[in-house]
Design a protein. Structure first.
Length: 411
């Protein structure tokens, strides 16, 4: 009796029509920070959506009922009597235990998932790259992390929708709209645009407005990091495919025989590369005559920017978003008493904190971590096709039409 195929004991992850959830290494201190900035965010970043969404809703409920943000505003602006008057102790005393649990549990869970990620990476098993249902299609593909970050700045949640993280995307989008509406954010932006700074401070509700820096900071950070990790997962999945199916022991490397022509092409990881191989097979080039070799990329001096073509896993973005969130929060609070109002000073705090975060990380990597893979479009896969002379022009045309970086021929 034949046995059913077993799934790997330590799977890398899973792809569904609504999202991709998989294991990768994370900094436990960064995850703990996001749980402190807003309980639930650390768990959402880890892919623990049920816990994350429930903790986020608990934070919204408890914070608004206890008037905690108002007490924070009064405390950091020196009005301590007002802070004591406005706080509701019936709700405040419910806050510490769950707040601390959120930080502790996300840190603990990160450490555990990091160990599982190491074990999963040692297997050749990766997730299926496509998942379809009657409502959605989800395809593992490369995307730009900077596009995801830009959409998140325009509207928290949009960057996650760009990377097809639909549960997180719509959750953040709905709550961003709710917080923006309850805080009168758009009215404040309108008054700020016309220079009516006194009316800006009068129209906004600080209790809701002080939640926005954390929401913005997390949305930008999480969408950026997830996009980078999806790109790396795509490269690993495609490399495993080529090693398993396009490195046949029957493939003969170039010899002096004049009857064979060898076409060599270089590619970056992309779906276009699989389209090339499929089209060659459709046109009569058998799998035994195609050899795909994933390349190990040499390391050189580290560059600043992650792109769709390369990301090294050493995030330049985590400290920038952390400091951007903190500075934006204080800019909003103190902006109520300064000339330009909370919106302008919140944006200044975001830019200043983000710039300092980038500067600190840049100096750290320059001093302590000097190496990284080369940037730009690089050769990540070499494709060798063995064919007869009449087929050579056809093979070259197919390669050239599908994003080959370079093409060579040996006759």
């Amino acid at each position: 009796m034949s046995q059913l195929p077993q799934s790997p004991r330590r799977p890398k992850g899973v792809i569904t029509p609504l999202a991709i959830n998989f294991l990768h290494l994370r900094n436990p201190y960064t995850i703990a920070w996001w749980s402190a900035a807003y309980p639930g965010f650390g768990h959402i970043s880890l892919g623990c959506y049920v816990r994350g969404f429930l903790l986020f809703i608990w934070e919204i409920l408890t914070n608004t009922q206890a008037k905690l943000n108002m007490a924070i505003l009064y405390s950091f602006t020196g009005r301590f009597d007002l802070a004591k008057e406005i706080i509701d102790t019936r709700w405040l005393l419910l806050y510490p235990s769950v707040f601390i649990f959120s930080i502790w549990d996300s840190y603990r869970l990160t450490m555990k998932l990091n160990r599982l990620a190491v074990l999963a990476d040692r297997n050749e098993e990766v997730i299926r790259p496509v998942s379809m249902s009657g409502m959605e299609i989800n395809i593992l593909d490369k995307r730009s992390p900077w596009v995801a970050a830009a959409w998140s700045l325009l509207g928290p949640g949009l960057g996650h929708l760009y990377t097809h993280q639909i549960p997180t995307g719509f959750f953040l989008l709905v709550w961003w709209i709710t917080i923006a509406y309850c805080s009168n954010l758009l009215q404040a932006v309108h008054f700020t645009a016309f220079g009516l700074f006194e009316q800006t401070g009068a129209v906004v509700d600080p209790q809701w407005l002080l939640s926005l820096p954390s929401v913005y900071g997390f949305a930008v950070y999480d969408s950026y990091v997830n996009t980078n990790e999806y790109n790396r997962l795509f490269e690993k999945e495609q490399a495993v495919l080529f090693k398993q199916q396009y490195q046949s022991p029957d493939f003969k490397m170039p010899t002096q025989l004049a009857s064979e022509v060898y076409i060599t092409a270089s590619f970056s990881y992309s779906i276009a590369l699989e389209v090339v191989i499929s089209e060659l097979e459709q046109r009569g080039i058998s799998r035994e005559h195609i050899c795909a070799i994933p390349m190990n990329v040499p390391w050189k001096e580290r560059q600043l920017i992650d792109t769709i073509y390369q990301a090294d896993g050493l995030s330049m973005f985590d400290l920038a978003t952390v400091l951007g969130t903190i500075f934006m929060l204080f800019g909003v609070m103190w902006g109520f008493f300064w000339q330009w109002g909370p919106i302008i000073w919140g944006l200044i705090g975001l830019l200043l904190g983000g710039a300092l975060g980038f500067l600190f990380k840049y100096l750290y990597y320059r001093l302590y971590m000097q190496k990284q893979p080369p940037s730009g479009k690089i050769t990540e896969v070499v494709l060798i096709v063995s064919c007869r002379e009449p087929e050579a022009s056809m093979v070259e045309k197919v390669l050239a039409a599908n994003l080959a970086l370079s093409i060579g021929r040996k006759e």
